[in-house]
Write a protein that binds this ligand. Structure first.
Ligand SMILES: [Zn+2]
Length: 187
């Protein structure tokens, strides 16, 4: 997974390499998540998958951040990601600032005029796991007078991040035969 030194030796190439590294972090964490299921312990298996999903979404968010910094504004890869995962940046904001959201004081809650003294501002609503559909989580967030629900699937988010990172490498001129031969995520 080592990129060509000459091309990497530019800010764009370095950004692409970091973006790719975040994608690998998301992918490896997802593999750990998928391998972690124990049939005899469904409750703790789901709990473990929820916990790893926090890290997965954080890493996917950073892939998106790198893609925004490197790809042109009208990039089809960015448009595809935005179309498939319109809430992902917002969900990562919930995870990163969970303390503020649980208290009802998160950025989006403040924008929506949410009163901060009316109980729990954000709750982990439910998770679904096992089978080919991967791990799905639903988060309920109090926004203004309403309670909005957000759903995120860790497997689909990582698949989208892999496509995005590949587009970033290609744009930077780093997606050569050597990389594709060595990197199972970009094949
Ligand atoms: Zn790769």
């Amino acid at each position: 997974m080592i990129a060509t030194p000459a091309l990497r030796d530019t800010p764009g190439g370095e950004l692409a390499a970091w973006t790719h590294m975040w994608m690998v972090a998301a992918s490896l964490t997802l593999e750990h998540l998928e391998d972690s299921w124990v049939d005899a312990e469904p409750a703790s298996s789901i709990g473990g998958r929820d916990a790893l999903s926090l890290v997965v979404i954080d890493a996917v968010r950073n892939v998106y951040r790198g893609a925004k910094a490197t790809l042109p504004r009208d990039s089809p890869a960015l448009a595809r990601f935005d179309g498939a995962h319109p809430q992902l940046v917002r969900i990562r904001d919930f995870f990163e600032h969970f303390d503020e959201y649980v208290a009802g004081r998160g950025r989006i809650q403040q924008k929506a005029g949410t009163p901060a003294d009316e109980g729990i501002g954000m709750q982990w609503k439910r998770s679904a796991s096992g089978g080919p559909s991967g791990h799905t989580m639903v988060i309920a967030v109090r926004e203004g007078g309403e309670r909005a629900e957000y759903e995120v699937n860790a497997t689909l988010a990582v698949k989208a991040a892999q496509m995005l990172a590949r587009a970033v490498l290609e744009h930077a001129g780093l997606l050569d035969a050597r990389h594709v031969g060595a990197c199972r995520y970009c094949r």
